[in-house]
Write a protein that binds this ligand. Sequence first.
Ligand code: G
Ligand code: G
Ligand code: MN
Ligand code: NA
Length: 254
Amino acid sequence: LFLEAALRDALSDNQFTLYYQPQVDLASGRLIGLEALLRWQHPQFGNIPPSRFIPIAEGCGLITDIGEWVLREACRQNRAWMDAGIAVTPVAVNVSAIQLHHGNLQPAVEAALASSGLPPSLLELEVTESLFIDASPRTLEQMSALRLLGISFSLDDFGTGYSSLKYLKQFPIDKLKIDQSFVRDLFEDDDDLAIADAIVSMGRRLRLKVIAEGIEDAQQLALLSEIGCEFGQGFFFALPMSADELVHWRATRE
Ligand code: G
Ligand code: G
Ligand code: MN
Ligand code: NA
């Protein structure tokens, strides 16, 4: 209840910022995208992680306003980088199943694209498998409409949720994100390697892109490359960074 009250002020008081974590092509190391991650700096209580406040925001309905802010800010920032002549990549925004369920994601995305002038091909939306549990008809309708606009969808935390594989056929998904829980012990645990390998193979057959999350060391990277995983993200490449830090990071790699 305390956090709920604080969340209401967070938007109006500008306490939110977006951090950006690079996504790379594993073979070349080239930057291929960014994931936008929400950060909340409370004036008294400091940094409060999304794992704590997103569930509360979902429970009290504030996720709609917060989600709209995230979309607007990510699109604005990516368009600003484009205008500054910085090599452009898509930005991936995490969206809550609730935003889709209630039917306000599509108008929010369209508004964010219109106000920023960001081309739709430079926006990705990350959804989780929880989306598929009692998806309303509006869920699929909105996803299909957004896909037609040129936006792509990634399935986050893949393999940990409620994945009935039939959903991969029913919903317009473009990319699978291998959950970091399968990557963590990849080198020590043959079962994790088997699961990652299976996801990569299935992705290829279904013509889906596959990205591994949570890559922290060179051994994990080597194994993922060996099984044909094309893309990756994790502390081994880069931490999530502020927009300014990211510009610097990009410059030092060129
Ligand atoms: O950045 P961090 O590791 O703390 O993220 C924790 C969780 O919060 C992740 O599951 C991530 O998907 C989620 N998250 C981060 N930013 C957003 C956001 O803008 N919207 C939603 N709905 N979830 C987010
Ligand atoms: O659920 P989602 O995949 O959106 O969550 C992304 C979260 O994972 C972010 O909060 C980010 O900080 C965290 N993360 C990103 N790379 C790594 C990594 O290499 N190791 C660990 N432990 N966490 C990571
Ligand atoms: Mn994510
Ligand atoms: Na994840």
